[in-house]
Design a protein around this ligand. Structure first.
Ligand code: F6R
Length: 610
């Protein structure tokens, strides 16, 4: 999704902005631009393409003397990716520039009105109306003009504005789309997220919905959209900027796959007592009586977070004995869901900014449900919309394809299920202690899988030119099959479908022939024998089977063409281990095809539009 960065200080603005845009690259984009203010004149450069190609355009003969400017990476929604649709956008007289993230829903109505009053549009974007609206409302006070313009727009926005009459300031505002201010010494920043500015400062102010800020070299002032001053606290982020770097790995995705043992240690760290069989989730925000009152649980999320939720359903139903439904946030929000004060809704999100998940949460709370967020990004919008939180502690995830956040979500959901089971008396302290012990061994077991990467790489080489793939799993590992298929398709562009193995004979079996490799998640489980029968059904139709099996399973050789072994673990914890070889398989297939694994085509890291 689009990324915004703004700078005011005494350094060359174009360099700082360009570097910030590079750090926002992971959000996904198709074009980029920078506008600077230099001696009362606005200069803008923008074009289609990746920053590596735009470097010369954005850094040569441009802006090096200007200490003030804004930059943007665009992920197209209204109007195709092109130089003229790239941001920042200006008004007809060239007095100001605006960078925008979000969607202005009533832009057509506004655009028609602005054209009639003489404004000349130079793009097909919804965002350009903001530049013209601010301009026609301007009579010397930039903040006032921005507030008036925003009072007319419907939709979501994070905006940053520069005006040629105001060399002392940047103005920014937000509704729904995220925006933060970075507070430096004699310099200040605006950014879509902290990754863009962590190298300059860790002191930040999170703008809330419907707030506007004036950002000057030596300070910031914040207002609500009625123009009243708002007092805000500066927060110091404890994120390590090095965590956002590649650390010697060729890409972020591989680095993040390898970080999983440490991430799981962090997720569990300080939250368990093995001796007493206790789990501590301090930000849960739910009391024991609250937890007893719930009659059902609904889990919502999108993409990988949704698949984590599907595992959560199996976990909670088996450990807490409560009915659980898992739904896609984009479906939940529009289906008039039957939730009330006896329902606990669990919303899962890495970014905490996914528009569908945020809207689904609002819908659930409107109907009286309590909402618990299972979230990675601290201070993200979702964390402010929920009644309680379970942070997954995965650290910044930069690769567009989610990996470490998924295993951290599964680990967090396991802790949550154990806690709920303990409170609702479905689990004994002894059982909880046993699970804590098993959870603590998981990082080592993942290290064993990572050490086996050469075998997985060879398999990826064998199958990288396949056109289609089928992934089969049952029970706890049906979601693993779905997540494995998603990883393969999103980064290697190989078509992959996932099916509950027992469902194959009801249709997809017709697809199986010698050109259809089938990945079967066949680790130890209560349905192992059934999976072996499913493998035989594939074999009987000349399909090629790759089986993911538990260490020491020699039986599987009689049935599968290829096998990948993973360490032995209980069925309830198996999804945390089993996904790792599938991540590596997808990674190597994409990498060997020469594809950009960190930024797959058409995808964005943070999906802040519907
Ligand atoms: C897939 C992927 C996406 C996200 C989805 C939800 O690898 O990353 O499917 O899982 O867009 O994002 P969050 O978790 O940020 O709400």
């Amino acid at each position: 999704m689009c990324g915004i960065i703004g700078y005011i200080g005494d350094k060359p603005a174009n360099e700082i902005i360009f570097e910030g845009l590079l750090r926002l690259e992971y959000r996904g984009y198709d074009s980029a631009g920078i506008a600077v203010l230099d001696n009362g004149k606005i200069h803008v450069k923008k074009d289609l393409g990746k920053l590596s190609h735009l470097k010369e355009l954005l850094l040569t003969d441009f802006g090096s003397h200007s200490p003030q400017g804004i930059g943007h990476t665009r992920w197209a929604t209204h109007g195709r990716p092109s130089a003229f649709n790239a941001h920042p956008h200006g008004d007809s007289a060239g007095t100001l520039m605006v960078a925008h993230n979000g969607i202005i829903e009533n832009y057509m109505k506004l655009k028609n009105r602005l054209i009639q009053s003489g404004c000349v549009f130079s793009s097909q974007t919804d965002s350009e109306v903001l530049a013209h609206l601010i301009s026609i409302n301007y009579s010397g006070n930039l903040e006032e003009a921005v507030l008036k313009a925003l009072s007319e727009v419907e939709g979501a926005y994070a905006i940053a504005v520069i005006h040629k009459n105001h060399p002392d300031r940047l103005v920014c505002a937000r509704k729904e789309s995220p925006l933060i201010l970075g507070i430096g010494e004699g310099e200040n920043f605006i950014a879509s997220d902290a990754t863009a500015i962590l190298h300059h400062t860790r002191n930040v102010i999170f703008l809330e919905n419907l707030e506007l800020a004036t950002v000057k070299r030596d300070g910031v002032e914040i207002f609500d959209l009625s123009g009243n001053r708002v007092e805000k606290h500066i927060k110091q982020l404890d994120w390590n900027p090095v965590a956002a770097e590649k650390n010697g790995f060729p890409d972020f995705m591989l680095k993040e796959i390898y970080e999983q043992p440490q991430v799981i240690r962090n997720t569990i760290g300080g939250r368990t007592s093995e001796e007493e069989g206790k789990i501590y989730l301090t930000e849960l925000g739910l009391s024991g009586p609250d937890i007893f009152k719930f009659q059902r649980i609904v889990i919502i999320g999108c993409g990988t977070a949704y698949y984590a939720g599907c595992v959560g359903k199996y976990l909670i139903e088996s450990l807490v004995k409560m009915p659980v439904e898992c739904d896609l946030a984009s479906e939940f929000r529009y289906r008039n869901p039957l939730v009330d004060s006896h329902t606990l809704v669990i919303a899962i999100s890495q970014s905490g900014e996914t528009a569908d998940t945020l809207a689904a949460v609002k819908e659930a709370r409107k109907k009286g449900a309590k909402v618990l967020g299972v979230v990675n990004a601290k201070e993200s919008s979702l964390t402010r919309e929920v009644d309680g939180l379970v942070y997954i502690h995965a650290g910044p995830e930069i690769g567009v394809a989610s990996t470490k956040a998924y295993t951290a979500m599964l680990t967090s959901l396991t802790l949550l299920a154990l806690l709920l089971g303990k409170i609702r008396l479905t689990l004994t302290p002894e059982f909880v202690s046993e699970q804590i012990r098993a959870l603590k061994i998981l990082p080592q077991q993942i290290e064993t899988i990572l050490a086996n990467h050469e075998q997985i790489k060879e398999l990826a080489q064998t199958f990288m030119n396949s056109k289609n793939f089928l992934y089969l799993g049952r029970g706890f590992n049906f979601p693993t099959a779905m997540e494995g298929a998603l990883k393969l398709k999103e980064i290697s562009y190989i078509h992959a479908e996932a099916y509950a193995a027992g469902e194959m004979k009801h249709g997809p079996i017709a697809l199986i022939d010698k050109d259809m490799p089938v990945f079967v998640i066949a680790t130890n489980s209560s349905t192992y024998d059934k999976l072996i029968s499913n493998i035989q059904e594939v074999n009987a139709r000349s399909g090629t089977v790759i089986a993911l099996c538990s260490e020491g399973d020699n039986e599987i050789y009689n049935h599968a063409h290829h096998k990948i072994s993973v360490p032995n673990v209980s069925e309830i914890l198996s999804p945390i281990l089993n996904v790792v070889p599938l991540q590596l398989f997808a990674y190597y297939a994409a990498n060997m095809k020469g594809l950009n694994v960190d930024q797959p085509r058409n995808l964005a890291k943070s999906v802040t539009v519907e």
